[in-house]
Design a protein around this ligand. Sequence first.
Ligand code: SF4
Ligand code: SF4
Length: 448
Amino acid sequence: MEDEKNKLNQEPNSIEDGSNPKESIDRRDFLKKASLATIGGISLPFISFNSLKAQEDKDDEDEDTKKDNKEAEPESKNEDSSGSLATRDLGKLGKVSVITFGGNLITDSNVIKSALNMGVTCIDTAPGYYGGQSEETIGKFLKQNKDARKKIILSTKFKIDDEDPAYGGDENKMFSSLEKSLKRLNTDYVDIVYVHGVGGIHRVTNDKLHAAFDKAKKKGMVKHLGITCFNGDMKAVIKKAVEDGRFDVIQFYYNYIRRNDKYESKFFDYDKVISKAKEKKIGIIASEPFAGGFDVTKPDFKGKDFRGASIRWILKNENISSVSVPIRNYNELEQYVKAVSGGGSNDEGALSSYQKAVTEQWKHSYCRACDVCLPVCIFNVAVPDILRYRAQFENFGMEKKAILSYKALIDQNQAVYCETCSEPCKHVCPFGVDIKPSLVQAHKLLTL
Ligand code: SF4
Ligand code: SF4
């Protein structure tokens, strides 16, 4: 029973990646007291795919590697292909494949084996992904493939203490969460442990977090500390983590759509902070490459490889070490490996179609999880979580998961009061989301 409850409480906080929904609930308490003034960014200069490839070829040193890259394209979804993805420096950790296996949706250890054969060298998971099944699946693979452990960069996350109103976590609980992760993963150590889904800078410098990490590192359970951020005060968190110097890897929400949002184009220089991180030997992993995602199989996108284009667009920034892509099956694995091994003839078309759809068709329902509306809601409704579950239901074929995630939100964080609410959240969303109607619809959909 307790396990079942934990499973429900540990649904991912994002379609592509993320944290416990309860984190967002606690985060609201923080946000109500915090400033809202840190949303912004500027555009990256356009670098051609050819110049990116030339740089990677240079980094990859020799002709043999280039040959391997070509051979990385899998022949069949059921056959493991031998090959090697391009690699880049992940700060102090050394080389990493440009694709990181986002393990949040994985339940088949054979897919992991194929990924390694295709040259993927980095696997990312978390205790809450699929209620622990993600770690167990990776653990099953490592048990059956003992030689693989030293060839990969394996990361997991500290499980956040949901009961802690200060959102700081408990040192002993964080340490013990890592112990449990190692057991599920069938390994003695992970290369990176991330503090997960950080939406406020108070968590970057949290003493308990650093004490838990230091203790685990001394015991040989982990080598490097990382931080992941997707929403809330994300930009301030990234900047603070770079300045802080104790984080070796930063994983954050970075994609074409978000970077090209008008609202994102102010106040924050992504290029500058990413290049500062590189100077300090901090690895950068881009997360949520598909921007939460809508159904790209619709007629508007016919023949346009939005997902491949998105990955290639991110990798044009050579200071980004790797892109964490959620991989569920062989088809997706093939698609993403191919995306960085070739393609790109109509990337601009695919990206601008998607951008257009977001700004025109979905502008009233596409939540960027900026959290700006949270302090305004008089009923503590978990707006970004609920809109994400709705997107999972409608666009990702994840109906059951979306309903369970919604159910796991305690009553007052569901959208039960929206229908009769006086709507103080109207016009609050900087991205133009019609919050109340979107939530009323989401509530109906998710409580079928
Ligand atoms: S609805 Fe708008 S304001 Fe609220 S979290 Fe989503 S993007 Fe931000
Ligand atoms: S409409 Fe819903 S989200 Fe908006 S303030 Fe009311 S309860 Fe909160």
